[in-house]
Design a protein around this ligand. Structure first.
Ligand SMILES: C[C@H](C(=O)O)[C@@](O)(CC(=O)O)C(=O)O
Length: 493
């Protein structure tokens, strides 16, 4: 049978995909004008470093992953990993910091069609900036200041958040840390002084890499990889920017090439949708995690605290009197944290709304990071197990619509308890959990969290107080600080 003639590929190199151009232009040329963006950036940076120290305090599993691959290695002018004595190369440094920030899932988050943590990017940005700053100082040159770190942070948040609003990577099974890889590659390329064409090449490398499968966040495989997924993305971003700086070319039409590009291969042929030009919106409206819960469960644990108080006030017992708890929730929670059956590890527990609610009710107070760990008494508590089975989640489509509505931006959960005697209590509804940018207690609560996390690792002494002084520092003074001086405040022994 005669074969149909197929025209040979013309093999002409096209101009760069528009998405690569837009990201690069934004990172290299956008001037951040909003004073609020700078204030929020400093706050977000400190919150993220507080989360890193909290991970060191709470997670043995995470502590085992950090430090030089070859024990004893100290890299001259290397990145000083906060909370530790380690001085690392920028690949291991960005992996370690990204992992410490994200491990307990307590760092800030941003909602949308996809959900993720913009502060994950700090692992890459701070590691590279600190190394550049130390290297410059060691050779008598002007060292990088915190202004550059904050600017990079604002831009990384914006890139990641704008992509999240309309593009759901979970629907094609990819992990959202893909966006950390993209945003960090762009910002690190700028920090490392790549040309704009090189930055686009590096970005194309990041899209070629794509992302790991999301399988490690979902039952029945939820596991600790979700703790280091951000670190992994940070490390890869730094590596790709570095490889490009050393002369590696990219693939200018990595997204749009028919058959082989990202859209055709991994995104069902769809193109990305970006809701608005990049600015500084995301850093100004990020959601802080005050309580250690997956973001879509934050309002549920707040409601559970109230339910617990009502039960106690009525003389009722959580163990004996509850027949059933019905939870109205949003679609994202249904996908991420609706789980029955055995919970195998801390990551599995912190992605289970039934566990969070049951622990809050049994404890009679808010759940904390330590309560998810294997060694926590709640992890094996028979009453928590029994209560989990009585909790069921149902999506309320209105909650889902309100979650995506940019005027409402709620993250609601409503809990209704039915008692063994058949009485149905009034629903306790929480639409805007603390940490939401619209809740007035958010700022004071972030400050409280920072203090707790810093003193949790360093105690209440001089070291902790020296770090805490950074928070009220005047903005201009903070921005002028040299990066290595900032990072040195966090170094541990
Ligand atoms: C962003 C989410 C959170 O609020 O913690 C998330 O749970 C989302 C997810 O699992 O995809 C996370 O772990 O990053």
């Amino acid at each position: 049978m005669a074969r149909k003639a197929v025209a040979a590929d013309d093999n002409v190199r096209r101009v760069y995909d528009q998405v690569l151009v837009d990201i690069t232009k934004y990172v290299y040329h956008y001037d951040v004008q909003s004073p609020r963006a700078w204030t929020c950036a400093k706050f977000a940076l400190l919150d993220a470093l507080g989360c890193a120290l909290e991970t060191l305090t709470e997670s043995e599993e995470a502590r085992a992953l950090i430090g030089p691959v070859i024990p004893g290695t100290t890299v001259p002018n290397g990145f000083r990993l906060p909370g530790t004595p380690y001085q690392l190369d920028i690949l291991k440094g960005s992996f370690d910091l990204g992992s410490l920030i994200g491990y307990l899932d307590h760092n800030d988050a941003y909602p949308g069609a996809e959900w993720g943590h913009p502060s994950d990017n700090i692992g890459a940005i701070l590691a590279v900036a600190d190394w550049l700053s130390r290297t410059a100082r060691a050779s008598g040159q002007v060292s990088l200041t915190m202004e550059k770190v904050l600017l990079g942070l604002i831009k990384a948040y914006e890139i990641q958040g704008c992509f999240q609003i309309r593009n759901a990577f979970d629907q094609v099974g990819l992990d959202h840390t893909l966006l950390v890889k993209i945003a960090s590659t762009a910002v690190v390329s700028w920090l490392l002084d790549l040309t704009e064409n090189q930055a686009m090449d590096a970005l194309s490398q990041a899209w070629m890499d794509s992302a790991p499968l999301r399988v490690f966040r979902q039952h029945p495989n939820t596991g600790p990889r979700k703790g280091w997924a951000a670190g992994d993305a940070c490390m890869r971003a730094v590596h790709l920017a570095w490889l490009t700086k050393k002369g590696q070319p990219g693939a200018s039409t990595v997204l749009t090439t028919p058959r082989w590009g990202f859209y055709a291969t991994l995104f069902n042929g769809r193109e990305f949708q970006l809701p608005r030009p990049f600015g500084s919106w995301v850093i100004e409206s990020v959601f802080f995690k005050i309580h250690a819960v997956e973001g879509h469960g934050a309002s549920a644990v707040e409601a559970a605290v109230e339910v617990g108080e009502e039960l106690r006030e009525s003389g009722l017992s959580v163990e004996r009197d509850i027949a059933h708890i019905h939870v109205r929730t949003q679609q994202a929670a249904m996908t991420i944290i609706n789980k029955q059956g055995p919970l195998h590890n801390a990551a599995d527990r912190d992605h289970c709304m039934q566990y969070m609610i049951a622990v809050v009710l049994m404890k009679g107070s808010m759940i904390e990071s330590a309560d998810y760990q294997d060694k926590s008494p709640w992890a094996k508590d028979p009453y928590v197990e029994a209560l989990r089975k009585k909790i069921d989640l149902v999506e309320d489509p209105q909650f889902t619509a309100d979650y995506h509505d940019k005027k409402k931006r709620s993250a609601s959960n409503g809990l209704t308890v039915t008692l063994n005697n058949g009485t149905k209590m009034d629903e306790v509804l929480c639409e805007y959990p603390v940490g939401h940018p619209w809740r007035k207690e958010t700022t004071s609560s972030v400050k409280g969290k920072l203090k707790k996390n810093i003193e949790g690792w360093y105690g209440k002494g001089g070291k902790a107080q020296n770090i805490l002084k950074l928070e009220p520092l005047r903005e201009e003074d903070f921005r002028k600080m040299q990066v290595c001086d900032f990072v040195d405040r966090f170094a541990g022994d």
